[in-house]
Design a protein around this ligand. Structure first.
Ligand SMILES: Cc1cc2nc3c(=O)[nH]c(=O)nc-3n(C[C@H](O)[C@H](O)[C@H](O)COP(=O)(O)O)c2cc1C
Length: 269
């Protein structure tokens, strides 16, 4: 327990006897995988991952999400190009696209001769996207427990209209993110990336103003050490995070999402 916590936070004192088990141990081992072996997944893996995903909680049992599984190398290559040319999309044997999907319920409404009013509102986009994210994370936990690795691909939204076109997504369907799945190349495996100290993230009862600066400074040191160990010259967390949100240029095309979503009938009123 303490070695996993120390790896995740690189510091800290932990309460004696805090609850712990092998599921939590496995969650703390998570790392994104960006280098895959050329090795197929065991037969039936997709079905196991989907069962884990479908077991996640879902808002009002709407199950307002779908999964698109892509194995065709040519399609993976086209998607890789659309998503910032990320080589791991080509390399992974399986590329999953997690879809917010209100179209299935819309089809039921049409059968019942009813016109849906709610999809035009922002909350419906949130509901379906949150559903898709919870399902995806269940699949990630499941695949990691099977010795597989993955990395989320938010850059799938960089060229949203082209991705919708490539995947032939109907109205009321939105690709929230992709997920590469495969066996990690053990020679290029990343270490566990440290996270912010718990005192920075945790508020009790109301949102306080924690004494966070010293703790963020400490974290910047920990993450800088992590990046150095990985042979990367990435700046500190505080610099990197501010830079990422500083201007719309770092959105890499995602600044147009709202307009494309409106075309998909997610009006966001
Ligand atoms: C919604 C989402 C989108 C992401 N998109 C990308 C991506 O496009 N490319 C990538 O290499 N990593 C992507 N990541 C992975 C994050 O960079 C990674 O989770 C983060 O740096 C923490 O590292 P760790 O997962 O190894 O702990 C994404 C993660 C999430 C949750």
């Amino acid at each position: 327990m303490s070695s996993s916590l120390n790896r995740r936070y690189r510091h800290g004192e932990w309460p004696q006897g805090a609850p712990w088990n092998e599921i939590i141990e496995s969650l703390l081992q998570h790392t994104s995988v960006r280098s895959y072996l050329d090795k197929p997944l065991p037969e039936g893996t997709l079905h196991t991952l989907l069962a884990a995903a479908q077991s996640a909680a879902t808002s009002s049992n709407l199950q307002a999400w779908s999964l698109l599984a892509i194995e065709d190398p040519a399609r993976k290559a086209r998607l890789a190009e659309l998503a910032g040319n990320q080589a791991h999309i080509r390399q992974a044997p399986l590329f999953l696209v997690w879809l917010a999907d209100l179209s299935r319920i819309d089809r039921q409404a049409q059968r019942q001769d009813i016109e849906l009013g709610a999809p035009a509102y922002l909350d419906s986009l949130l509901v379906s996207s949150i559903d898709a994210a919870l399902a995806a994370q269940n699949a990630v936990v499941a695949l990691e427990s099977l010795g597989l690795g993955s990395v989320y691909i938010g850059a799938l939204r960089n060229n949203l209209a082209a991705v919708i076109d490539e995947l032939q997504l109907p109205p009321l369907v939105f690709p929230v993110f992709g997920l590469c799945v495969g066996y990690a190349d053990p020679t290029r495996q990343a270490a566990v990336k440290p996270r912010l100290p718990q005192q920075v993230v945790l508020h009790r009862e109301t949102y306080g103003q924690p004494v966070e600066q010293q703790l963020v400074d400490d974290y910047d040191q920990h993450i800088a050490a992590f990046y150095r160990e990985q042979g990367l010259s990435t700046p500190s967390w505080s610099q990197q995070a501010v830079e990422r949100l500083r201007s719309i240029h770092t959105l890499n095309g995602r600044e147009h999402i709202s307009a494309v979503l409106k075309d998909q009938r997610f009006e966001q009123k």
